[in-house]
Design a protein around this ligand. Sequence first.
Ligand SMILES: NC(=O)c1ccc[n+]([C@@H]2O[C@H](COP(=O)([O-])OP(=O)(O)OC[C@H]3O[C@@H](n4cnc5c(N)ncnc54)[C@H](OP(=O)(O)O)[C@@H]3O)[C@@H](O)[C@H]2O)c1
Length: 271
Amino acid sequence: MGCELSGVVTSVGAGVQRFRAGDLVYTRVAKDRLGAFAETACVHEDLVAIKPASLDFVHAAAAPLAALTALQGLRDELLVKPGMRIFIPGGAGGVGTFAIQLARHFGASVATTASTRGRPLVERLGAEVIVDYTSESFVKVLKDYDGAFDLVGGTTLARAFSVVRRGGAVVSIAGLPEPTTAMKDMGGSIGLAVLFWFLSAPIRLRALIAGVRYRYLFMHPGARDLETIGALVDAKKLEVVVDKVFPFAEIREAFAYLEQGRAKGKVVVTM
Ligand SMILES: NC(=O)c1ccc[n+]([C@@H]2O[C@H](COP(=O)([O-])OP(=O)(O)OC[C@H]3O[C@@H](n4cnc5c(N)ncnc54)[C@H](OP(=O)(O)O)[C@@H]3O)[C@@H](O)[C@H]2O)c1
């Protein structure tokens, strides 16, 4: 298993153009291959980028999947522009810590949900409105947002439609996939699209009634977006938040910690 890594190139295939042995790199590996939780990994060069110079290997390993997801959700799906108001429920987690910063970087104002545990972090990262989801309902606080980037799913996703204005959009990474997910993010399988059409019918009906567009994004690995992320990190416009680091021998404990659902930023395993 394992979806992302940072490391040193040890050898390259005959067709590799962009890298050579000794290069320091980071990557979100191929969705149908995984393999990052190992001493070595074999990754297609189209998915690999040079590690940001300002990051050590631990922080570089923490960035690819969550940062790419946040970038693609906000830039490509919600089309965030200066002056927009964006709601990001679940802001204190792995994806949320990147999403708040990137939405701010694109000129939007950000509302998020976090418990008292997560409040100081999301405030520091730039969230202007912070709703404590353990004691308050964001439906009572937020109104007419231009878009929501849902990182929590379930009832949070269902209720997000009522705080987004008509004509706006809700993009989720934790809800139910819909036909575009199959066509755009999963290789264009008609069979999957039909399955997702049925699975997502209730949430798409809710979106229709609210007059809001619904999209489930399954993020895309890729070198170009990783280079964009690397440039923002090295320009000190994007911070990588790491919660806990575990040695490889304790990878079971690392998963147990992650599965508690309380991580503040990313959890990393060192080899
Ligand atoms: N579709 C895709 O391409 C894609 C990509 C990446 C991730 N994902 C999915 O996206 C979800 C988020 O991933 P992640 O890595 O960011 O998760 P994570 O790091 O495990 O999130 C943990 C954080 O979520 C907060 N949280 C938990 N329940 C919450 C709630 N009801 N409201 C607000 N905050 C809540 C916790 O804060 P407190 O401790 O304060 O409660 C904690 O800080 C996961 O389901 C993941 O599988 C999908």
